[in-house]
Design a protein around this ligand. Structure first.
Ligand code: SF4
Ligand code: SF4
Ligand code: FES
Length: 507
């Protein structure tokens, strides 16, 4: 650690970091366009200029390393004047069409312009105009708004190494062009360029003119697409407006930075999976006994009868379900002396490039592996009178599916905890409606043994209940107490939602 002064305040900071990184960690805002934590330093936008005592000129905070006894000013009059100058140049050719820009409300240029109040244009030349182009099936480009930060080009050069974008022309006529539209269509990570563009120059065709971002609520969660555990910011349409009453409730997934994992991007499969959570036709919304809808009380009586039957039982956990819900089932199995099993996960083919995408299409598979739960296909007997199965259809291999179905068919008391109607819910005595992802808080353990928290911003319908409520009643103290007990008893550490925080904890 070294001591430096930032804005006349002594700070002890880590050596080897840039001024911008140090300030970010200290919540001191330094405006920037070209810097991105997941890309190389370009130092081309000059928006991050700061004063460093002893230096003859202003320095770029994104490319200047902190040094012992350095004195930095991030908001002096000179710095503010320089930022105003940079913005004035950028805005010379910029359309400032915020009312029809999809980035509006989350645009860095809009925010900085607001902060520094650039309201005059001194040039006598007309603004240069480019046509808005659909550069691929997924992405459109609006050069008029581009600030030439080159984040998009660096992402495709350095991260996916596919090189579909580049700059053409010179001086004031420089702009971005796509040299390989087909490559962009086939790039499994291409849509990240819409997230990392700091302005509305690159956007997703699917999101264009769909939603004002300030009319959505935001939650942070974990992608369910594989066991990589990428972090997502989710926009939810939980408030009806006159303009778009039919959209949602899940409007989009975008990537959320996780500095601890050094993960700043998501794959397109994960990004576009948001629409799965808007399909409700197959949703199981009420308990069903022998295929007939029953009340919560009738479902509860069947459950009680099953658990008091003193018969041999088996519980099949799920790699799709949170730590808390799986642990509720484990507690039941431990109390009743039931055997525990897990299905084998389905393994998908990886695209090219695959980067961090995992073959196992289930966000919590590692929990089962860590607890060394035996596979359902390895079970020695199928003689169970009570069988409880947590929903896992869509993520498991066929041999597990067949085994689970045969268990359900043979059991006297078969119980399935399911989000949608499925082969499981059709082959069981009792089907209990489960909350879907985004309806309940819960944690997932990714392939890198990181436990991360997912927030359920939607809340679940009245007739749906989490498993712990079905098993232990409404008075049970909830998912966080299950997490505390699980971490203490099974991992030997004490965890709660605060400790897990936004970026998770490595186990
Ligand atoms: S399109 Fe966006 S990300 Fe690419 S250079 Fe322009 S402003 Fe930067
Ligand atoms: S790599 Fe996996 S976890 Fe990450 S966004 Fe893609 S599907 Fe989701
Ligand atoms: S962020 Fe430093 S020069 Fe662009």
């Amino acid at each position: 650690m070294i001591n430096i002064k930032i804005d006349n305040t002594e700070r002890s900071v880590e050596e080897g970091q840039t001024i911008l990184e140090v300030c970010r960690n200290l919540d001191i805002e330094i405006p920037h366009f070209c810097y991105h934590p997941g890309l190389s330093i370009a130092g081309n936008c000059r928006m991050c200029l700061v004063e460093v005592k002893g230096m003859p000129k202003l320095m770029t905070a994104c490319s200047t390393l902190v040094q012992k006894d350095m004195e930095v000013l991030t908001d002096s009059d000179l710095v503010k004047e320089a930022r105003r100058g940079v913005l004035e140049f950028i805005l010379l050719d910029h359309p400032v069409d915020c009312p029809i820009c999809d980035k509006s409300g989350e645009c860095d240029l809009q925010d900085y312009n607001f902060d520094y109040g650039i309201d005059k244009r001194r040039s006598i030349f007309p603004k240069e105009r480019h046509k808005v182009e659909k550069v691929s099936e997924k992405i459109y480009k609006n050069d008029n708004r581009c600030v030439l930060c080159t984040r998009c080009i660096r992402f495709l050069d350095e991260v996916t190494e596919t090189h579909e974008l580049t700059t053409v022309d010179r001086g004031a006529h420089t702009h971005i062009t796509c040299v390989d539209p087909e490559g962009l269509d086939n790039n499994p990570f291409a849509s990240n360029i819409s997230d990392i563009c700091p302005v509305g120059a690159l956007g997703l065709n699917e999101f264009r003119f769909q939603k004002r971002v300030w009319l959505t609520d935001h939650v942070r969660t974990i992608c369910q697409g594989c066991e990589a555990g990428c972090n997502l910011n989710v926009d939810l349409h939980t408030r009806q407006t006159a303009l778009d009453p039919n959209l949602g409730p899940v409007v989009r997934f975008i990537s959320a930075n996780n500095y601890s994992m050094r993960r700043f991007f998501i794959c397109d499969e994960g990004r576009y999976s948001y629409s799965n959570y808007n399909k409700t036709e197959e949703r199981l919304l009420h308990p069903e006994l022998d295929g007939e809808t029953v009340t919560t009380e009738e479902a509860g009586s069947f459950l009680k009868e099953a658990l008091s039957s003193k018969s041999a039982g088996a519980v099949v956990l799920s790699p799709l379900v949170s730590v808390e819900e799986n642990y509720a089932a484990i507690l039941l199995a431990e109390k009743m002396g039931y055997d525990l099993f897990r299905p084998s996960p389905y393994r998908k083919d990886l695209p090219e490039p695959a980067l961090f995408i995992e073959k196992v299409k289930a966000p919590n598979h590692n929990m089962m592996k860590l607890l060394e739960i035996p596979k359902v296909t390895d079970m020695e007997t199928s003689d169970y009178d009570v069988v409880l199965v947590l929903h896992s259809i869509g993520s498991i291999r066929d041999n597990s599916l067949v085994k689970i179905l045969s268990l359900l068919k043979r059991a006297k008391y078969s119980i399935v905890f399911e989000v949608e109607r499925s082969e499981f819910s059709e082959n069981t005595k009792l089907a209990l409606p489960a909350p879907m992802f985004l309806e309940e808080d819960g944690c997932f353990i990714n392939s890198g043994k990181r436990i991360q928290r997912s927030t359920g911003g939607l809340g679940y319908p009245e007739s749906v209940q989490p498993l712990w409520k079905w098993l232990f009643g409404k008075d049970f103290s909830g998912p966080e107490s299950l997490l505390r007990k699980f971490s203490k008893e099974k991992l030997g550490i004490e965890l709660d939602y605060d400790k897990i925080g936004q970026e998770g904890v490595e186990l």
